[in-house]
Design a binder for this molecule. Structure first.
Ligand code: WT7
Length: 647
């Protein structure tokens, strides 16, 4: 497959009602000529309790950074996602919940979702949670996770969802960093036939941090969990029925914080990405409709977890703001077997399906009969997110899953961007397998070289954004300087994405991956420094260096080079011990795929680890190591190459 292969799905049966090539071009032109008018028009899709008079106030100058959208407007995100749909949609389905077991499902109407959300909001309020307080949500994929987020939004509390796969230590550091006073969790999660001890993990985390006065526990399995009197409450058994099903919504300023979501950066400490109310909600509602060509009555399914930004923007806020039916799946793609996704699509007549390349690659390895035994007749549109998709996986998704009739939207974005920035628009953009194609109307990317010079035409370099969009993050919680330094210093006047990209002769963007010390493992973002600091916190480890390497299914795997303390023995037992240690420090997603014990790391004479060499060796590219003469001990390299060949 050459990249110049173009798939003209704009003429396919799945033709969009929303956009065509001409309309998309017009929108891009308007957004460029009159950005204020453009975004002001887009923002009208929300209900504002107080209209805004100023669209934006933005400066990307690092010395005078300002990012404000719809600044003096007021609205409530929960009202926009629930209440305002009730006049027409009270009995429409807001959430289809598909449990881990195939016979376990539930449909929740907009009226029911509102009632449950109000009850949860009232429980929080009754226990003193108020506007501006931080609430950590550590939940499995059950509807109560969405209610919890919306309940916070309703009373103006700031939620911070922590992925249920994170360890008690990782949970504790996030609770600590944002100063949460309440945690909403479940007794246990259920995934792929196994349980996850969420409440027990919360108890362990709270042993390491102060300040949490309320732990609200939703009974998912009914497991016996320990409850601390005065602090812990059961949702169904205690709290839910004691409160009113109605709760007034707090009017929020557009720039009031909606949520904080931790993500990995290039240092050991995850950063609390902060999003605000008006711009974020405007942006996710707009992009959910445009990118997925969403039409009322359709069934939309995003397979992400609410613990990641994809779940925030495209399971909860975007779809619900648009009055859509959003499917929420508790399980995994391979349980009970590898046909699960396709069976769920048939069962619930899913029209729009959005998943990650890593899931596609894993399912592609299974027999095609898992797919072809299902009809997928309802499918109209497919999407991917989280990492570059290789053309081979793209074509399998297109031909086998989509029967060559559903466009694929390869959506490029980040936790920081709040919503999709680069993606095909169904019906308007011809597709090229592996390319995220073109920026959405109102988004202005550019490619720069290492010196910051803007490159024109077909080129390759680093990806920046030259102007703001409403869904952009506003700060790193508690560390505004880190926000400025990370995103606005490298290329003055622009937002630096941390990604590399190529632009072809048609102006299509091809994201090539991270150019910083962040790796992308199964679509999960991981700071190599985080894994390193987990490793060196083990008493037997002297030093560690972590890099990514190409992995067939995960996209990138975690390759850890470890030197041990004097006298320690490198063996399989210790390898498992270190792997388990990382698991307990961060979580299963951070476990090294390859652990390489080495007597030494390649360092310059000034003691700096030469990661470039470690990356090449992990990638099995021994011939292109570059200049090794500046190493303090060039002999280290041969030892490392030998060690690599043995695994
Ligand atoms: C990083 C952001 C976007 C929500 C999920 C991940 C990579 C994301 C694509 C894509 C190539 C992609 C980038 C980005 N990425 N989407 N369609 N093609 N790369 O959010 O955890 O904040 O990670 O994921 O490297 O910077 P995240």
């Amino acid at each position: 497959m050459t990249e110049s292969q173009v798939i003209k799905v704009s003429e396919a049966a799945a033709k969009s009602t929303l956009t065509d090539a001409q309309k998309a071009a017009e929108m891009r032109a308007i957004a460029k000529e009159d950005p204020e008018g453009f975004w002001s028009g887009i923002a009208q899709r929300l209900d504002w309790s107080k209209p805004f008079s100023q669209v934006k106030d933005v400066s990307f100058d690092a010395d005078n950074l300002r990012i404000n959208w719809f600044q003096d407007g007021e609205l409530n995100a929960c009202v926009n996602c629930l209440d305002r749909h009730l006049p027409e949609r009270a009995d429409d389905i807001a959430i289809i919940w598909e449990g881990d077991e195939p016979d376990d499902d539930k449909k929740i109407t907009y009226a029911e979702a509102l009632e449950e959300t109000c009850r949860m909001a009232n429980v929080l309020k009754a226990r003193g949670v108020k506007k501006g307080d931080r609430v950590v949500i550590y939940m499995p994929m059950i509807p109560e996770a969405a209610y919890a987020m919306l309940a916070c939004a309703r009373i103006g509390a700031v939620h911070s969802v922590v992925f249920g796969g994170f360890s008690p230590d990782a949970l504790a550091s996030r609770i600590e960093d944002c100063g949460a006073t309440a945690v909403i969790t479940a007794d246990e999660g259920v995934r792929g036939g196994k349980t996850v001890p969420l409440k027990t993990n919360v108890d362990k985390a709270l042993g390491k941090t102060n300040g949490v006065r309320l732990v609200l526990t939703v009974e998912r399995t009914g497991a016996n969990v320990s409850m601390q009197a005065g602090r812990d409450l059961f949702w169904f058994g205690e709290a839910r029925n004691d409160v009113s099903p109605e709760c007034p919504a707090e009017p929020m300023n557009a720039e009031d914080t909606l949520f904080i979501l931790y993500t990995s950066g290039s240092t050991g400490k995850p950063k609390g990405v902060l999003h605000t109310t008006g711009g974020y909600l405007t942006y996710v509602a707009y992009t959910h409709e445009m990118v997925f060509d969403y039409k009322p009555g359709e069934i939309y399914w995003c397979t992400a977890d609410v613990g990641w930004v994809t779940g925030h923007s495209y399971i909860v806020y975007g779809p619900l703001a648009n009055g859509a039916t959003t499917l929420m799946f508790e399980g995994v793609p391979t349980y009970p077997d590898a046909s699960r996704f396709w069976k769920v699509i048939d069962k619930h007549k899913v029209n729009i399906f959005y998943t990650a390349p890593t899931a596609i690659r894993a399912l592609m390895r299974e027999r095609d009969e898992h797919v072809t035994a299902t009809t997928r007749a309802s499918l109209r549109l497919l999407g991917t997110v989280g990492e570059p998709i290789n053309p081979e996986a793209w074509l399998w998704y297109y031909n086998v899953v989509g029967d060559a009739r559903c466009p694929i939207v390869d959506t490029w974005w980040q936790t920081e961007t709040g919503g999709v920035l680069i993606s095909p628009l169904p019906g308007a953009t011809d597709l090229k397998p592996g390319s995220a194609t073109l920026p959405l109307p109102g988004v202005f990317p550019a490619i720069v070289d290492a010196n910051g010079k803007t490159l024109e035409g077909a080129c390759e370099g680093n990806l920046i954004l030259t102007g703001s969009w409403p869904g952009q993050m506003r700060t790193v919680y508690g560390d505004h300087q880190r926000f400025i330094d990370t995103y606005f210093k490298t290329y003055p006047g622009s937002y630096f994405t941390g990604d590399g990209a190529r632009r072809d002769e048609d102006g299509y963007y091809w994201i090539t991956g991270r150019v910083d010390d962040v790796i992308n493992v199964s679509g999960h973002r991981m700071g190599t420094a985080e894994v390193e600091s987990a490793l060196v916190s083990h008493p037997k480890v002297a030093e560690a260096a972590v890099v990514g390497y190409p992995h067939d299914i995960k996209g990138q795997g975690i390759y850890a080079y470890v030197t041990l303390m004097e006298g320690e023995e490198a063996d399989a037992g210790l390898e498992k011990e270190l792997s388990d240690h990382v698991r307990s420090e961060i979580g299963p997603i951070a476990k090294p795929d390859l652990l390489h014990f080495t007597p030494a790391l390649p360092k310059t004479r000034s003691g700096k680890i030469m990661r470039r060499i470690l990356r090449k060796i992990a990638e099995n590219e021994f011939s292109s190591l570059g200049d090794t003469s500046t190493l303090a001990d060039p002999g280290v390299v041969d030892t490392l190459i030998e060690g690599r060949k043995n695994r």
